[in-house]
Ligand binder design. Sequence first.
Ligand code: CU
Length: 486
Amino acid sequence: MKAASKILLVLLSLVTTGAAHVGSPDVYYEDHAGPYPLSVVVRMPLVVPGVAVIEVRSLSDNLKSIQVVPTRIQGEGSKFAPVPDVAERASDDPKLFRAHLWIMMRGAWKVQITADGEKGKGELSVPLAAAPGNSLALQGPLKWLLTGLMAVLVIGLVGIAGAAVREGMSDPATAPVPSSKRRSARRVMICTALLVIAVLAAGKFWWNWEAASTAQAAYTVPRVVTSLSASNTLLLRLQRTDSGRWAERIQLDDLIPDHGHLMHLFLIRFPDMDRMYHLHPHQDSAGQFSQNMPALEPGRYKVFADVVHATGFPETQTAEITLPETHEGTLQGDDSFATGISLLSKIQNTNVTYLEDGGRIIWLDSNVFVPPREPVKLHFRVEDASGKPATDLEPYMGMAGHLILISSDGTVFAHLHPNGSPPMAAVQLANGTGMADHAGHNIPSEISFPYGFPKAGLYRIFVQFKRAGRIETGVFNVSIVQAIDN
Ligand SMILES: [Cu+2]
């Protein structure tokens, strides 16, 4: 019974895609709820409706209780929050609070967190994107095993029906069975076989119907259509997701700026990941963007286009494009370009990136062992040419830093900030605040990014800072290994 329900679970479960990023659905976030610094992890459900697990870690000692409640980010649903749940304090860790929350519908949500302690109450909202992805296909060996077992059952059933008519009523002593009984047994076997085939056909029909309605609820990452014009302009046409019930809801004329730009475009040369462009195309009309390209290094690039809808729902649309070598064009405004050694090179990637002016970016915890989905802080220090902590850091698009992370197979892509994984535009909508104003503020030379790697594998990290008007990029690798359970 247990095995059967497990198989059914495999058949029915969906894989969450994580719309804000690609292949990275869980949310990692750090901020203050009033006077209390908190580190929040939200494990998104595999299906919607489904249960999200919220883990709130207090980063101070004076917290007594945590309450959580999920609401919509925007619209009527955001005004009528249900009664909050009290998060349970972990028995083995007094600073960790855990709660389970039902996410009833797809789309943009937030978890409202109320912290209570010695300094009174404080609130914080963390945005979530509930976007269950494609259902898993039945795996080959399991499919053949189940088909074989079904064939055995069908043959057995037909055989039993025949035997019942042929020999069911006969006296064990009298043999052989008269031929009239054999004839009617044959007829019953044919009828049984037809009946079983009809039942199987009905089952197949039901299964396909279920699969189709599940697919309608699934979110597929849309492919942005890209082309390079003769004048070295990259044209991008955003697409709507092709899964039915999403396509009718997601508009392309409702994009809102995320740290100052409607689109953040990343072009990464594959499979080496030795070149990266971070650009900000101009919106010409709804869903239509263009970008005057800088001088290009030729090659095959993976394209990741980050946008945020007015609902607070983020999307990363993806594509691939082959770019030719061009020498004209320069980087404009907030745009940047970075080079690194090939991900495939035998040379060991170090924890240091040397900058043009003699300064360096150091990844301080590069050798820390992190199993998949474990919350971690990626911690960096920027030094000047004399090896001292850099004092010339300034906000880059309103942020202390930006971190782009891609798995070697391109199935995971995430864009992080010192607050964590949700896009800033969604954070601002969820909390009803404007963009954090770092102007005039000193950016510290040590900056960290909370995250959890979704799966084992090799990842490349591009971390970007701005120093005295220059955008600097640190390029690092990290290998995430599955923890071995003893
Ligand atoms: Cu950013």
